[in-house]
Every structure is written in structure tokens, then in C-alpha cells.
Ligand binder design. Structure first.
Ligand code: 17E
Ligand code: FE2
Length: 413
């Protein structure tokens, strides 16, 4: 009889079934209510929840762990964050970026994240952030999968050299083309930038993920341009609109028309509720806007929505731990996704829906797929989010990568 490398006994699946899982040569070799097989390592799971790993679909690893350098963000706005980062990025070195990125990836992986899409700022002439994150992508690939977005933070047309830097980033091997149309000087530049992004994605055969309408201005309407380009280019689910916070401020008549276009486009959406609940609404008095896109309505329409952390301790957000359960928890609150099915949907947005945004093949717990899975100290998705449960085991490519004990309180009285 073939001996398995790992056997997980007595797992609870997301569907609530009791299952054993066997792993051989990095792949899931068997799943059944009870497996009578031998294995090098047998782990008793005791009815804990087994889940596909978390997917971080939107983070900036180049700025992670740099909060306070050279100064803190006093206004709490996106714009002051961009100014502070413009100063900090003068001093980037490969080692500086790689150390902070790998430290963040370790924090993420220890909490069950095994797939990450990171933005790399490419509006800086040495392309140090990009080079560093491309090197990191290779160095960590045996335990975590990283996609790199070439992200022109200062706008494609903000400086004459920026457009060429974006293209150079794709030649160097960035997986995804990014953009920031709402930050370009004019509406026309913003529209032109979206067209340029689609041209480049076509030329280099890359995915697209645009920071789109991350502003409270209800007149910021680049999402319609992105959706129209996606339809015309036939790129559909290869395209992602990140943030789209202005969608939360559009009038309902326009939102209704837009929703039809989005349906046709079948693009993906990423909301970053931790950061946008703090960045947006800063120019409001009261009532203050929530600063997130229409997550619930997009989800109700059957469109693909995933959630990101965006930042871990950087000029835009000094908090953050990398936990995707924190992200899902905040989404449940800010997006008022508090019904039972809605809370489960928030969990799916940091797992399966994220895998769709990243266009991952081979994601999920099925026989024959790579053995990437996590075990949570929870009974179901609701329980995992409510308690932001400990991720006890992280199994990456068939190997036990990280193990965390569940904290225990001892009553002394
Ligand atoms: N840059 C940007 O344009 N928007 C953000 N939310 C972050 C960086 C974190
Ligand atoms: Fe972002």
C-alpha cells in the first residue's frame, strides 16, 4: 500500500462534513469520511474547520512595515499618504523592500494566506520596488504564491517618464498591469490611462488590476471606462477594479445603469474595507460616508468580489496584521453583510472569490489538486469570522508550513 506523507484525521469541511484528507507528493491524494491509510505524519484535527487557504488579493508589499517613515499621516487621507510615500521611496533599496516584504509575507502565511497579489509602485525611476518584489516572488515561491502588479502610483501621465516605466515593468516580468485614473491630472488623462493599460495588457498578455475611483467624488466615473474596455477587449474576468469607493457615492439612477454594464463586463472587484473606512469620508462633516464600494449589491448580482488588506503598517494605514479574518470581519460591518449567508459570503471573498480574482488554477480542496489548505480553530465560516479564529495549521504544497497554538485562558479564582 502506498504510504502518504500526511494524513489529517477528523476535519470538518466548509460544507459541514466530517472528512479525512491524505496528502502525497504535494497533492491531495484522498478525501473520505474515514481513510484507513498509513502516513509519515498523522495529525488529529478533532473536528476543526479545514479550508482552502486565504487569498490576499490586494496589498502593497513595497510600502508595508514603513509606517512613520519619515513621518506619520496626520490628515489620514490617501493624498497625504501618497506624499509621505513619495519621500520614503527616495530611500528604497532592494534589501529594504525585500526584508519588509518577506517579513509581511511570513505574517500573512502564518495566518493562512498562501496566495498574494501585491502592487509595486513603478513611478520611481530606478524601479527598485518592482525589482525587489519580482525577486521576492521567486524566493518565496516554494511556500507562497505572489503576483506582482505594476502600479503607477503617481499616474501614467503625471510625469513624462512614467508611461515608459510602466511598460518597462511589464518587460521585467510584472504579472499584472495597474493604474490610477482618478489621480491623473484630468478626466481626459484618466480615460487615456485606462486605454493605455488595456493596450499594454494586450501587447504583453497580462492581467489588469486598476486602482479605480478611490475617492469620495461622486463624479469620478472611471469604472464605466474600465468595464467598457473589458467588454470590447474581451478581457472580462482578466480585469479587476480595485477600491471603486466612489461607487458608494453615485446616485442610484446612475448606479442602476452602471450595474447593467458591470454585469456584461464580468470583471472582478476588490474592496479594502479596513483602509477605506479610515481613508474615505475625511472631507465630510456629518453624516460621514463609509467609503466602500457597493459590495453587497455587487455580490447579490453574482459578480465576483474579493477583499484585500491593502496595507500593513504603511503611510496609509498604521494598523494591520495581515489576517484575512480581520478584513472579512470589517467587511461584514462596513458593508452591512450581517445576514448568515452574507457573513459566509465575506469568508468566501477572502478565499474562493480571491482565487477567481487572481485567476488561480488548482485552488481548492479536491483530489489531485496541490495540497494547499489551512485548519482553523472554528466550527464554520461564521464562527471563524466572529472570533477571528486561530489558524492552527498551514499546509503549503503538501508540507506543514506553520503551526499556531490556540490561546487558552486559565481561570485563577
Ligand atoms: N496607493 C493608493 O493609491 N491607494 C491606496 N489605498 C494605497 C496606496 C494603500
Ligand atoms: Fe491599493
Amino acid at each position: 500500500m502506498m504510504k502518504n506523507d500526511l494524513l489529517l484525521q477528523g476535519c470538518r469541511s466548509l460544507a459541514g462534513e466530517q472528512i479525512d484528507i491524505a496528502i502525497t507528493d504535494g497533492k491531495i491524494s484522498a478525501i473520505a469520511p474515514h481513510l484507513d491509510v498509513e502516513a509519515e505524519i498523522v495529525i488529529p484535527i478533532d473536528g476543526k474547520l479545514v479550508s482552502p487557504p486565504f487569498v490576499e488579493s490586494h496589498i502593497h508589499l513595497d510600502s508595508a512595515l514603513s509606517a512613520g517613515e519619515p513621518r506619520a499621516n496626520q490628515s489620514g487621507t490617501l493624498f497625504e499618504g501618497i506624499e509621505i510615500w513619495a519621500e520614503r521611496k527616495q530611500n528604497l533599496t532592494l534589501t529594504d523592500v525585500k526584508e519588509r516584504a518577506i517579513e509581511t509575507l511570513k505574517q500573512q502565511a502564518s495566518q493562512g494566506v498562501l496566495f498574494v497579489r501585491t502592487h509595486a509602485d513603478v513611478s520611481e525611476p530606478s524601479l527598485t520596488a518592482l525589482q525587489a518584489l519580482l525577486e521576492v516572488r521567486e524566493e518565496v515561491k516554494d511556500w507562497i504564491t505572489v503576483q506582482v502588479v505594476a502600479f503607477p502610483q503617481d499616474g501614467i501621465y503625471g510625469k513624462p517618464e512614467n508611461e515608459a516605466l510602466l511598460e518597462k515593468a511589464l518587460e521585467m516580468g510584472a504579472d499584472v498591469v495597474g493604474g490610477i485614473p482618478h489621480y491623473e491630472f484630468t478626466r481626459e488623462d484618466g480615460v487615456r490611462s485606462v486605454h493605455r493599460i488595456f493596450e499594454l495588457a494586450g501587447k504583453y498578455n497580462r492581467l489588469i488590476d486598476i486602482h479605480c475611483d478611490e475617492i469620495d467624488d461622486e463624479q469620478s466615473r472611471f469604472l464605466e471606462v474600465v468595464a467598457a474596455c473589458a467588454i470590447r477587449a474581451g478581457m472580462n474576468s482578466k480585469v479587476t477594479a480595485s477600491h471603486t469607493t466612489a461607487f458608494g457615492s453615485y446616485n442610484n439612477a446612475y448606479a442602476y445603469k452602471l450595474m447593467g454594464l458591470l454585469q456584461r463586463s464580468q470583471i472582478n472587484f476588490i474592496a479594502n474595507p479596513l483602509i477605506n473606512i479610515t481613508l474615505q469620508g475625511r472631507t465630510d462633516t456629518y453624516p460621514k460616508r463609509r467609503g466602500v464600494t457597493r459590495v453587497k449589491e455587487l455580490w447579490q448580482q453574482g459578480l465576483n468580489v474579493s477583499l484585500g488588506h491593502d496595507c500593513v503598517q504603511d503611510p496609509w494605514y498604521s494598523l494591520g496584521t495581515g489576517s484575512m479574518l480581520d478584513v472579512a470581519y470589517m467587511a461584514a460591518h462596513v458593508c452591512q453583510m450581517t445576514g448568515m449567508a452574507e457573513i459566509d459570503a465575506c469568508y468566501d471573498m477572502v478565499t474562493t472569490q480571491g482565487s477567481r480574482t487572481l485567476q488561480l488554477d488548482d485552488y481548492g480542496i479536491e483530489i489531485g489538486k496541490p495540497a494547499n489548505l489551512i485548519v482553523l480553530d472554528a466550527g464554520d465560516r461564521f464562527d471563524a469570522i466572529r472570533r477571528r479564529a486561530t489558524v492552527c495549521y498551514v499546509i503549503s504544497q503538501g508540507k506543514l508550513l506553520a503551526q499556531t497554538e490556540v490561546p487558552q485562558t486559565k481561570w485563577r479564582q
